[in-house]
Design a protein around this ligand. Structure first.
Ligand code: C5P
Length: 222
């Protein structure tokens, strides 16, 4: 391996994507956003009119779907069979559908193999829900990044507003709480903190503070 495998898990809105991207830049690591991969499957299923509990069709869909991360100008785009889906996978409707789709074992199995393959050489940070518990239980460094549900809902709300989407703060907090429940309560690979993960609660911390803390922990183990 060329470098470490770093796992960052945690609930939605904890700042995982922002933090992972910046931490990867600081360390010179590759960033693998596994949530974006589940979202891409959900988008494809939605377009194909496949119900989230239709395992046979989902399996066929995954088999014909090539998901890739394209890095241009330091920015990371997600493609599905060559089409840039980076923005299309971030709508509230796709977020909700992703939660249902990601509960299906057929989908998880396909993406698990793909994630392990993408990270095989190390020097990577994977962010998701089950990286430290299922995908890489032997990851070199594991973080569990969380924040209060109100804070996470507020951050997601500001994000959506900035993109011009019409949402209310209350609804957004409620949607985050519902997604937490779905992600933690599912049978396959539920959101769970790995026993050996380092806890980082980002409530009330600046991005810089969180980054400094995490960077020094990774550097110690390099
Ligand atoms: O992180 P993000 O909000 O983009 O993830 C979207 C959804 O994908 C989550 O709510 C969760 O249902 C699912 N997911 C998952 N396992 C992962 C990453 C994301 O089940 N490793």
């Amino acid at each position: 391996r060329r470098g470490l495998i770093v796992a960052i898990d945690g609930p939605s809105g904890a700042g995982k994507s922002t933090i992972t991207k910046l931490l990867a830049d600081r360390l010179g690591y590759i960033h693998i956003d596994t949530g974006a991969m589940f979202r891409t499957v959900a988008l494809a299923a939605s377009r194909a009119g496949i119900a989230p509990d239709n395992d046979a069709s989902l399996a066929g869909l995954c088999a014909g779907l090539e998901i890739a991360f394209v890095r241009t100008n330091g920015c990371c785009r997600v493609t599905a069979n060559g089409e840039d889906v980076t923005d299309a996978i971030r709508t509230p409707a796709i977020s909700t559908l992703t939660s249902a789709i990601s509960a299906r074992k057929v989908v998880r199995d396909v993406l698990l193999r793909l994630q392990r393959h993408m990270a095989r050489e190390g020097g990577v940070i994977l962010e998701g829900r089950d990286i430290g518990t299922v995908v890489f239980p032997d990851a070199d460094v594991k973080f569990f990044l969380s924040a209060s549900v109100e804070e996470r809902g507020r951050r997601r709300y500001l994000e959506l507003k900035a993109k011009g989407q019409e949402v209310s703060l209350e609804e957004t907090i409620a949607a985050v709480a519902r997604r937490d429940e779905q992600d933690s309560g599912r049978e396959h690979a539920p959101l769970r903190r790995a026993d050996d993960a380092v806890d980082i609660d980002s409530t009330g911390l600046s991005i810089e503070e969180v980054l400094d803390r995490m960077e020094s922990i990774v550097r110690e183990r390099e």
